[in-house]
Design a protein around this ligand. Sequence first.
Ligand SMILES: Cc1ncc(COP(=O)(O)O)c(C=O)c1O
Ligand SMILES: N[C@H](C=O)CCC(=O)O
Length: 442
Amino acid sequence: MQLSSPTTAPELALPTSAALFERAKNHIPGGVNSPVRAFRAVGGHPVFMQSAKGAWLTDVDGNQYLDFINSWGPMILGHAPDIVLDAVQAAIPASLSFGAPTRREVEMAELIKQMVPSIEKVRLVNSGTEATMSAIRVARGYTGRNKIIKFEGCYHGHGDSFLIAAGSGALTLGTPDSPGVTEGVAQDTLTVPYNDLPAVQHIIEVNEGQVAALILEPVVGNMGLVAPQEGYLQGLRDLCTQHGIVLIFDEVMTGFRLARGGAQELYGITPDMTTLGKIIGGGMPVGAYGGRQDIMDNVAPAGKVYQAGTLSGNPIATAAGIAQLTYLQEHPELYDELNRITTRLADGTRQIAAELGLNYTVNQVGSMFSVFFTDKPVHNLADAKHSDTEAFGRYFRAMLHRGIYLAPAQYEALFVSTAITDELVEVYLTACREAMREAHGL
Ligand SMILES: Cc1ncc(COP(=O)(O)O)c(C=O)c1O
Ligand SMILES: N[C@H](C=O)CCC(=O)O
């Protein structure tokens, strides 16, 4: 194919972001409150945001970006949807926190149970990290066993037990096994490659009677987007049943996103426990864990496994969450539309890369996708690591300068919102073609 010379996007004017980042570094470790925001993997400095509406972000210098992170998932309806803002505004005058039970916590629990039928009882917490930490504690209390199995490149928040072979920012920054996690804790976390059923069977057999829980992202978003292969989730379900292991689906990313009932509905597999976050707060800090009643009734005060939270079930967070979840429940058609739009984005990206002779792997499930800068298929962490992360960094910057806001690391997924229209798909694809060429000098 004959190509004209690549166009280079003009540098963005980011003086206020640059100044804020310099200030932030004096007061906040690395200048950010969550490592992946620091842009370490892609170069440059982070963009500080000012406001957002629908598909668009506006930074503190007035630049606008089409958003494909959506706060790492929760903004499935785009930013600041009126139904959520209205619910929050209506809730505010009654109090920002009671530290006592409220009606909305009951309504939220009922809603979650209706949408995710494997959840018979649910406890609200304040983040995905709290949800996963609590879930494994409960699984340990229930089984009387200590060890857990997790998968290389899966991320379950920053609880000690999970910072072994962890994905997301830990992987990007080269600290998948974090200092500060004691040997004792690390010994109880067994890790295996994703999508490798015999490896799981082997590790269970070697540790027979010692494994309390097997936790996974049923569709992984934290080594980039990786789908479970045919029969894999069912195989894990069977192994857990056979060996009395609590199967935990960490649906902090996939819950209410891949389907109303999450990945477990999409793939037709019933876990024993589920962890949730992000979307259920509509952008407010919320998480939840739940599952079979006989397991969840071990949680205090019903049972002896202690877990608590001053702000858990916060009235503003539950108002936002109920509004967003109710909308999702009442509009099942939006999942087909999200899927169609995301397929256009993913297929279009794959085609552009192919036309340029790059043949990059683009993985997609529903409204999540990732472009891996490798021509090899990606089914696990070792495959994901074939990616050319330098080229990814150049592509990221070239997209940013064209007003497209992607996850600032290869080992993350992109999240599509209902605010992305067919016209905006074209805007993305035009930028993608130019940025791919700029990043590779084609
Ligand atoms: C699958 C998964 N589990 C758990 C977490 C932790 O959630 P949080 O960042 O809200 O603590 C995340 C994201 O960060 C996640 O993607
Ligand atoms: N992959 C993480 C969760 O989705 C990224 C968000 C974060 O850690 O700040």
